[in-house]
Design a protein around this ligand. Structure first.
Ligand code: ASP
Length: 327
């Protein structure tokens, strides 16, 4: 029997690189944040904790970090509000929970997990999701908690330059932030979802994803993140997958499930399956972004067709923690 190699893989969104505009310090800030989050969640796996625990912690920490578009630092809708989505799924029994269009839950991923563990339902929306979370004593915040000045300026730039166009982040008219503040990935052209996938000592897989959605999205719009099979999926038979990118394309191609289906029914390896969906299939409908995935053997894939993706991984008990931004 193969020895199981528990591993945690995370992403902090994909998008267009602004390498020329970014200072070495800023780049290091992103690497340090990814590394810090990986070390904490790796520890859970090393100590024999579950994949669900590891991905919950990783995504909670990514939500709390304002560098990433989920939880604190989430992007704004066209109406200058926040609507957050999150989902979690475990591979052993395919239990799943998600919340969408929530504005007052400090950590939407914790609400998604409460849905998975304490409800017969799978997906809760808006006020119903917030009421459910409050019944489970999850932290409630004013919506302004999520706001950062950088995100507000980003909304004004995108709204101004695109006249209300919701999803086109590829317009060249966008002006980047001043050089000293610029992030490695152009914030106006970045899909800032965060996610984590893990394999634990028991051989169980889990996937979790959380997002503020896309800058300037219309109120009520839901992306791929909380839709199982599209942006988030886990099945012990095949893989755990968490996506980031133009959500509409991922929903139309059922991307996360497609990876697993290609493995299960067509016999593809994780690498072959992820490469097919990210590099071949998504581009046929203009889908931009990427995904992270881990299979039941501990093979991992961090694939993207955009210029960059904040990402990293760490195997349990190993000193090597790998973080990367560019190709
Ligand atoms: N996929 C997310 C959405 O469409 C956006 C992102 O990845 O940043 O809501």
């Amino acid at each position: 029997m193969d020895v199981i190699k528990p591993v945690i893989v995370i992403h902090g969104g994909a998008g267009t690189i602004s390498r020329h505009a970014v200072s070495a310090e800023k780049e290091q800030e992103y690497h340090a944040a990814l590394r810090h989050i990986l070390l904490a969640s790796q520890q859970i796996l090393t100590a024999g904790g579950s994949a669900v625990e590891a991905v919950t912690l990783a995504v909670t920490m990514l939500e709390d970090c304002p560098l990433f578009n989920a939880g604190k630092g989430a992007v704004f809708t066209h109406a200058e509000t926040h609507e957050l989505d999150a989902a979690i799924m475990r591979g052993e029994d395919q239990q799943a929970g998600a919340v969408t269009c929530v504005s007052h839950l400090k950590n939407p991923i914790k609400a998604a997990r409460a849905v998975m563990e304490h409800s017969d339902h799978v997906l809760f929306v808006g006020q119903g999701a917030e009421a459910f979370a409050q019944q489970h004593a999850l932290e409630w915040v004013e919506s302004s908690y999520f706001s950062t000045e950088a995100r507000r300026e980003q909304l004004y730039r995108v709204r101004g330059s695109q006249g209300g166009s919701v999803l086109d982040h590829s317009g060249e008219a966008l002006t980047a932030a001043p050089a000293q503040e610029a992030s490695p990935i152009n914030e106006d052209k970045k899909f800032g979802t965060v996610g984590a996938v893990a394999l634990d000592h028991q051989g169980n897989l889990a996937a979790a994803t959380s997002t503020g959605g896309m800058t300037n999205k219309q109120v009520g719009r839901v992306g791929d993140t909380p839709i199982f099979g599209a942006g988030t999926y886990a099945d012990n038979q095949t893989a755990a997958v968490s996506c980031t990118g133009t959500g509409e394309s991922f929903m139309r191609q059922v991307t996360a499930y497609d990876v697993c289906a290609l493995m299960r029914y067509a016999g593809l390896s994780l690498e072959q399956a992820t490469s097919k969906v990210v590099m071949e299939k998504l581009p046929t409908i203009g889908g931009e972004g990427g995904l992270i995935a881990v299979d039941a053997q501990g093979n991992i894939s961090l694939s993207f067709n955009s210029e960059g993706m904040y990402r990293g991984y760490a195997y349990a008990g190993e000193e090597d923690v790998v973080t990367a931004i560019f190709k």
